[in-house]
Design a protein around this ligand. Structure first.
Ligand code: SF4
Length: 458
């Protein structure tokens, strides 16, 4: 068993007993599903909208080289700069170089899960570089020192009492545990940060090849402020975020907000085509897009699993996933969390250490039902599991077990040979192992089905 697997088991076992977290996740999922039902009524034909998004994403991924180059050429023409990063280290180095060149090194960050992926916070900390998270959820996590719990709602596991406590302890506030008061307090704190910052770092919802633009969708307006109030704007995005045309956004934006937050459309939808131009009143002097691969090419190289990169990071599958609803996101130690992690992490990080992620799914297909780009998780995961066997990355004990299991199942005499007690013991040991002992085995049957049949009918 790999070290990653051991750590995952330990941490997820602890989360299995965290009922408070599970209640918050299930309450958020209930709320989301209610809002979703309302928002989805805006589509006269939801299936067509989903198929259109899925097809466009598929087309973009199949022609990624063409669309990325087209984006780069158009974006450069508008005065922007594109930096390509093979991995997290390269991306961090590029960003640090820009920060070091800047006269004003105060940084505001907004809605960039990809910066978490490349470990930018840790890089900043290592260089004693301060920064401020401006998305409310991320701001809460920066104060609490935690990682995101959800792709779209990073602080989904925090209630207002906990946020009030954090604000009191870390910022010296006297604010009440009232949502409006807490939001207004956070806005006041952030306002001065925006005014004094020289660099804004954001993510991107989509990279639009034609006309070379970045599209953002958000509710708090942080990206808009980070991009318009600072002198340098750095966008960090995975190469998979590209879509062919600005005309695609009229379907992508409502689909993303419906599936992401259960809204017909989020409050702010912004399209940026480069730094401020002559005659414009706001916007940065310099704008960079750091395009990162960081393992995506390995997934792209797989004919089936490539489909996973068409994910629009709406987070809907997390609300539907039985595993995520019990353990949350932290044991994944990745911004690929919940169902998408189970497909991509073995390819990105290697089957030997991360292959076990593909075993997490119960194959209930609930994740697929909630996915706007129609990712067939069961198909991809079964193929992953087959690859894990082919690549010999399964533990020797497991192979031995299945060898013995197959032999026993194919020979009635072997099954009959063991009496009911050792059989029950065996089943208990294998299938009912629970790290916290939360599950109880049903009392063993006194007779096997075979014995009962013989006693009653022969
Ligand atoms: S896999 Fe589908 S449901 Fe999950 S985040 Fe991606 S697009 Fe959304």
């Amino acid at each position: 068993m790999s070290e990653t697997h051991q750590i995952f088991l330990q941490e997820s076992a602890a989360k299995t007993g965290d009922l408070a977290m599970q209640l918050k996740l299930s309450s958020a999922a209930r709320q989301y599903k209610k809002s979703f039902e309302e928002a989805v009524t805006q589509f006269s034909n939801l299936e067509t909208a989903k198929r259109r998004v899925a097809f466009t994403r598929w087309k973009a991924l199949e022609n990624l080289d063409k669309y990325l180059i087209e984006f780069e050429a158009n974006f450069i023409r508008s005065g922007g700069k594109v930096l390509w990063a093979q991995d997290a280290a390269e991306a961090c180095a590029e960003i640090m170089a820009i920060v070091n060149r800047s006269a004003n090194k105060n940084i505001v960050k907004a809605k960039t899960l990809t910066s978490e992926e490349i470990g930018l916070d840790e890089e900043f900390a290592a260089h004693s570089q301060e920064w401020t998270e401006t998305d409310l959820g991320q701001m809460i996590l920066q104060l609490s020192g935690e990682k995101p719990m959800h792709m779209v709602m990073p602080a989904i596991h925090k209630d207002k009492k906990e946020v009030q406590q954090l604000f009191n302890d870390k910022l010296g506030s006297k604010v009440e545990d009232d949502t409006e008061a807490l939001v207004s307090y956070a806005s006041k704190v952030l306002r001065t940060k925006y005014m004094n910052s020289g660099i804004g770092i954001t993510g991107a919802n989509f990279i639009v090849a034609d006309p070379g633009a970045i599209a953002f969708t958000e509710n708090e307006g942080n990206v808009l402020l980070a991009a318009s109030r600072t002198r340098i704007h750095i966008v960090i995005a995975g190469i998979d975020k590209v879509i062919p045309s600005i005309n695609d956004l009229h379907t992508f934006l409502p689909v993303l907000s419906t599936y992401g937050t259960g809204q017909k459309l989020t409050a702010y939808n912004t399209i940026l085509t480069g730094p401020r131009k002559a005659g414009e009143v706001d916007g940065p002097d310099e704008m960079y897009v750091v395009l990162i691969d960081n393992g995506r090419s390995k997934v792209l190289g797989e004919e089936l699993q490539r489909k996973m990169l068409s994910c629009i990071r709406c987070g809907a599958c997390q609300y539907h996933d039985p595993v995520y609803s019990v353990i949350g996101a932290h044991p994944y130690h990745s911004t690929w969390m919940g169902p998408p992690a189970t497909v991509v992490l073995p390819f990105m990080k290697g089957f030997k250490s991360h292959g076990f992620f593909s075993d997490l799914s119960t194959l209930s297909a609930a994740d697929t039902e909630g996915c706007p780009v129609e990712i067939d998780f069961n198909k991809l995961l079964l193929d992953n599991r087959k690859k894990a066997v082919d690549e010999q990355s399964r533990p020797g004990t497991e192979k031995l077990f299945y060898f013995a299991w197959k032999k026993a199942m194919l020979k009635r005499e072997i099954i009959k040979w063991a009496s009911i007690k050792p059989r029950n013991f065996f089943m208990n040991a294998i299938f009912m192992k629970s790290p916290l002992g939360l599950r109880k085995m049903r009392p063993p049957a006194k007779e096997s089905f075979n014995e009962q049949w013989r006693r009653r009918f022969t």
